[in-house]
Design a protein around this ligand. Structure first.
Ligand code: ST9
Ligand code: FAD
Length: 626
């Protein structure tokens, strides 16, 4: 039986009933994918994910790749290879690709709906299979040579990596020391050691193209300190003929010199990669090309990172959803204890644990968060649809880009924190001691989801990105728009009386969140030493609250999205004509929204009070006192 349980009804509810994606499908760049086609793709990917992709989930955890330092290889288990090939051969990855590169473009909302299922079933398949999406970035930023390379990546199914991290440059990418030196023929030699590089080795493909951030050396005007001095290089594992894509058989000096032993996602090879070290491999230089022949590395790499942050948030949320559905199934059959109303009667019949109030509370916590965050992912993706549509018209949708940017740290930071925590405290907990056993998927889910709060920028980094870049630098344009949408919902008659209490709670929470933002902006201004009375140390008070703000606004946005969904569900119920299954589904949507609002939003006032009380005592404390 598959470990992976999908929630297709809720995916379709979000896409079609709430977000009205039928209006976008079959239009402009998505002409070939109308609503009917999208539904049939969703159905097929659901089956594929549950069966073929999920099939190797457990085996590839128990029998992970083993690194051979002699050959610098780390082959994946046969079971995983089979799952990977099932995804590759189904060709749905073409939906992420432009027509120019041989794709059939689909809206981002459909991509991330499919992404949820692949990532929930077996996330490393999506990661090893990211070549075509990377090719899109190479194509978009590249010159004619790079565009040819992008086409080879697609046609020959080469793998790709994003290569930023070094032993001393993790969150602080700008501390990277990997060097790039120009050659006379226009290529560059890369030297240095990168760490933690996903998919940098496997036996799934004939070649791997690394996108490497390195600092140009000896070239006037470029290669300065920090991230702005980094450039992005295309560095293949094996050399090839640029015209034809045929491998020349000549090895490039890029060698995997270690594969990490990890807590989870073990089949996803996490590699140390050594570039251009004469004592490693055959001692060849590591030659590469400057992407697009422009020194704009960090901005180019962030095009990849933005997509990858969406991916990581989606992965976490997908795991919580299947964790919840597994827990629900277990709870419906596990008999333990008597109903609380008959607890004193030792002869009372034993009941399934779904009868116990605390189990119901826990199940509703899981249901409401997983459905809220699914809405968050798909709502965010719907802004990406707008970006795609505008691009197709030859325009730029500034607002859509800004709102998408604002939402990304919530998807990634809030999504991963909530998912990873709830998988342990609620989903695994529902199983009692059985949850701790390898017999059930929960322990692997917990291990596999922990990484989501770490890579692609830790939660601390997401919190800082959210406040300093997405709110302050954006001059709160996107935040103002989002708040406006929530306010419009609040003043509407949404829910026709049945959601009145929850609209009240949302209104108060929005006010608290706005006050928190205001407080942090004022504190930031008070750190400006050029202004009278300014004290730079006040910026610590901001830093003490950036993660709090991210989580608080995540709660507000999620509550709003659930309530919007509840309004749609109420209309559907009023319209009538549904079978019992749909009626239960809609009732569940309303219950989840009400529960989420009632159980999470009142906490916002406390978060504001905590932030208001922030002082510098923590920063003044001697390190020895910790
Ligand atoms: C990793 C991989 O962890 C994990 C899984 C891999 C799986 C791989 C495969 C699957 C992925 C699929 C991808 C498909 C790709 C294709 C998609 C196709 C559609 N937004 O604030 P400043 C830029 S990888 C946009 O001064 P610092 C911007 O250019 C490792 N851009 O930063 C800016 O200039 P300006 C992940 C942003 O203080 C410039 O950077 N590692 C954003 O110099 C400088 O900004 C990390 O994520 C943004 N949000 O550096 C590192 N932010 O301002 C985490 C910055 O002029 N650390 N830029 O516009 C950070 O993010 C740091 O905050 C820092 C700080 C490095 C940015
Ligand atoms: P550090 O940056 O040292 O952080 C340590 C702690 O300090 C964290 O809690 C962090 O939040 C906190 N911290 C650090 N700086 C600040 C600050 N300024 N303010 C507040 N708190 C801060 N990288 C790639 O380039 N490509 C990949 O494909 C890739 N895949 C990965 C796969 C795995 C399995 C793992 C574990 C990592 C991967 N990474 C990859 C690297 C990953 O992105 C980094 O691990 C991550 O960005 C954090 O860097 P670090 O581990 O050096 O931690």
């Amino acid at each position: 039986m598959s470990h992976y349980k999908t929630n297709m009804r809720d995916i379709e509810f979000n896409l079609f009933e709430v977000l009205g994606r039928d209006e976008v499908l079959g239009q402009g760049p998505f002409e070939a994918i109308d609503g009917e086609t999208a539904r049939s793709i969703l159905g097929e990917v659901e089956r594929l994910a549950r069966e073929d992709l999920a099939a190797s989930y457990e085996d590839s955890d128990r029998n992970p790749p083993v690194f051979d330092p002699e050959t610098h290889t780390a082959p994946v288990p046969a079971s995983f290879k089979k799952s990977y090939e099932a995804w590759r051969d189904a060709e749905y990855w073409r939906l992420q690709l432009s027509e120019e590169l041989g794709g059939t473009p689909a809206p981002a909302s459909l991509i991330w709906a499919l992404g949820e299922m692949v990532l929930g079933a077996n996330a490393p398949i999506w990661m090893y299979g990211a070549g075509p999406a990377f090719a899109g970035i190479v194509h978009r930023n590249g010159n004619d040579r790079d565009k040819q390379i992008a086409q080879h990546i697609v046609d020959r199914q080469w793998h790709t990596t994003m290569v930023l991290t070094e032993p001393d440059a993790g969150s602080d990418v700008g501390a990277g020391r990997t060097k790039a030196t120009p050659n006379d023929d226009g290529t560059w030699n890369i030297t240095g050691v990168k760490r933690f590089i996903t998919s940098a080795e496997s036996d799934l493909t004939e070649n791997i193209i690394h996108l490497v951030l390195a600092r140009p050396a000896g070239v006037e005007g470029v290669g300065g300190p920090g991230t702005k001095g980094l450039s992005l290089f295309i560095v293949p594992k094996t050399h090839f003929d640029v015209e034809s894509g045929e491998l020349t058989g000549e090895r490039n000096g890029v060698y995997v010199t270690n594969v990490e032993h990890k807590m989870g996602i073990k089949v996803s090879n996490t590699c140390e990669v050594t570039f251009g070290d004469p004592s490693v491999g055959g001692g060849e230089p590591a030659r590469g090309w400057l992407l697009g022949e422009v020194h704009d590395g960090i901005a180019q790499m962030f095009q990849v990172i933005e997509n990858a942050r969406m991916m990581v948030g989606s992965k976490a949320i997908a795991t919580l959803s299947t964790g919840y559905l597994n827990a629900l199934e277990f709870a419906k059959t596990r008999v333990q204890g008597a109903d609380l109303t008959r607890a004193a009667d030792k002869t009372a019949p034993r009941v399934t644990i779904t009868h116990h109030p605390d189990v119901r509370r826990s199940l509703m916590v899981q249901k409401s968060f997983s459905e809220a965050m699914r809405s968050l992912v798909l709502y965010t993706a719907s802004w990406q649809d707008r970006v795609q549509l505008a691009e197709h018209r030859g325009e730029t949708d500034e607002l859509a880009m800004r709102v998408n940017d604002l939402l990304l740290p919530i998807v990634k930071g809030y999504g991963s924190e909530r998912s990873w925590t709830l998988l342990g405290t609620e989903s695994l907990q529902t199983f009692g001691g059985s949850g701790f056993l390898a017999e059930y998927p929960l322990e692997q889910y917990v291990r596999d989801a922990k990484i989501d709060t770490l890579y692609e920028g830790t939660t601390a980094i997401q919190g800082q990105d959210f406040f300093f870049r997405k709110i302050v630098k954006d001059q709160a344009v996107a935040l103002g728009h989002l708040a406006g949408e929530i306010e419009a919902f609040l003043t509407s008659e949404a829910g026709n009386g049945r959601l009145k209490n929850e609209r009240g709670l949302l209104g108060q929470a929005l006010q608290d969140a706005q006050a928190l933002v205001g407080l942090m902006i004022n504190t930031l201004m008070s750190a400006d030493e050029s202004a009278e009375g300014g004290d730079i140390r006040n910026i610590y008070k901001v830093g003490l609250n950036t993660s709090r703000l991210l989580m608080a606004l995540g709660d507000v946005v999620c509550a709003w999205l659930l309530l919007r969904g509840a309004e749609v569900a109420l209309h559907a119920l009023d319209a009538g004509g549904h079978g019992p299954k749909d009626t239960a589904f809609y009732e569940g949507k309303i219950a989840a929204a009400q529960f989420f609002a009632q159980h999470n939003l009142p906490r916002l006032s406390a978060e504001l009070a905590i932030a208001e009380a922030t002082d510098l005592s923590l920063m003044d404390l001697d390190e020895a006192a910790f």
